[in-house]
Design a binder for this molecule. Structure first.
Ligand SMILES: NC(=O)C1=CN([C@@H]2O[C@H](COP(=O)(O)OP(=O)(O)OC[C@H]3O[C@@H](n4cnc5c(N)ncnc54)[C@H](O)[C@@H]3O)[C@@H](O)[C@H]2O)C=CC1
Ligand SMILES: O=C(O)C(=O)COP(=O)(O)O
Length: 333
């Protein structure tokens, strides 16, 4: 592809310092400004031809339309649901992400939440800090022999499967794109969601957030689950409907939830976070030194490649492609 001139980039979140270093070494001027309001970003963006974000910056149509010179939006991470890709595409702005940089970290946090749910580790730790020694209250259950349903069998779903298999869990799953013959080689038996819901002791979701996955786990699907099913959402807030989850927790249809992500971050739904059977994190799936270093480096190198006219690895070229994350990334050399 033809080289694209990028002179000034705004990094609007805490991205690993290697990103700035690589960009600067390649002659790009970099400004870092965090915690900007939407109005601040709208006022600021017109001065830049590149923007690097994580998940907190909402790159809405307003922001994109205010950006006279913007040529690229780089997402140092996986999900691009915080970027209006349609609006960017209309303006010819390239959106690219670094989809594999945080896979292992997100999978590890998912497994941590699954295990914490089974043994009440966060609740027990809080009880200890309060001076208690309560061995009866925190009776747990083994993971061994239990059934884990994995909804979304992409990069992270696959890594979660292999890790939880090592604890003796049986892994089943559903994905409309990854073929069952492929997941069978990872030890994951695929079936329809209707078949999956009633079988699972634990369910974890690993799809992107899009219209077809919003509220995937809702009142109707919870009603089809085993009583006491435990659920984890380390993907995106809203894939498990938060109001339905609270209702299921209150009726004990759901026995516990591990949540890393929320519809609004920080979450306004305090009843959910404060529920005794909910353990939660402030969107920490990708927050490891290793994942941040990879994502920071990958996004910088991808931008430099683009400036050099080398390739378009990781470009989200149209919103249509987003419908299926399998086809989200074009590689044009
Ligand atoms: N908590 C965190 O910090 C992190 C969260 N994430 C989230 O995890 C999501 C998944 O990441 P990856 O595994 O890397 O993506 P991926 O693209 O490799 O896998 C997603 C899978 O979901 C499948 N899928 C799409 N629609 C579906 C549906 N209706 N039902 C079931 N499966 C469906 C796709 O076919 C694909 O195989 C990201 O989109 C992002 O939102 C990713 C990294 C860190
Ligand atoms: O990569 C993703 O999709 C994530 O959710 C990680 O988000 P973050 O970069 O930590 O704001």
């Amino acid at each position: 592809m033809a080289p694209i001139s990028i002179k000034r980039i705004l990094i609007s979140e805490s991205v690993d310092p290697c990103c700035k270093k690589i960009l600067q070494e390649n002659g790009i001027q970099v400004t870092e400004k965090q915690n900007m309001s939407k109005d601040d970003l709208i006022a600021e963006i017109k001065d830049y031809d590149g923007l690097v974000v994580r998940s907190a910056t909402k790159v809405t149509a307003d922001v994109i339309n205010a950006a006279g010179n913007l040529k690229i939006i780089g997402r140092a991470g996986t999900g691009v649901d915080n970027v209006d890709v349609d609006a960017a595409t209309i303006k010819g702005i390239i959106v690219m992400n670094t989809p594999s940089g945080n896979t292992i970290s997100a999978a590890e946090l998912t497994c941590t939440l699954l295990m914490s749910l089974s043994r009440h580790v966060p609740q027990a730790a809080m009880s200890m800090k309060a001076g208690n020694w309560d061995r009866k209250k925190f009776m747990g259950a083994e993971m061994y022999g239990k059934i884990l349903g994995i909804v979304g069998l992409g990069r992270i779903g696959k890594e979660v499967a292999s890790r939880m298999q090592s604890f003796g869990m049986k892994t089943i799953g559903y994905d409309p794109i990854t073929p069952p013959e492929v997941t069978a080689t990872w030890g994951v038996e695929q079936m329809s969601l209707e078949q999956l819901w009633p079988k699972c002791d634990y369910i974890t979701v690993h799809t992107p957030l899009m219209p077809s996955t919003a509220g995937l786990l809702n009142d109707t699907s919870f009603a089809k689950c085993k009583k006491g099913v435990k659920v984890v959402n380390c993907a995106r807030g809203g894939i498990i409907d938060e109001d339905a989850l609270l209702r299921a927790l209150e009726s004990r249809q759901c026995g516990g939830a591990g949540l890393d992500v929320f519809v609004e971050e920080p979450p306004k739904n305090r009843a959910l976070v404060n529920h005794p059977n909910v353990i939660s994190c402030p969107h920490l799936g990708a927050s490891t030194k290793e994942a941040q270093a990879r994502c920071g480096q990958d996004i910088a190198l991808q931008i430099v490649d683009m400036v050099m006219g080398k390739s378009l690895v990781g470009a989200v070229s149209s919103s249509l492609l987003l419908q299926s994350s399998k086809f989200r990334f074009t590689h044009e050399v």
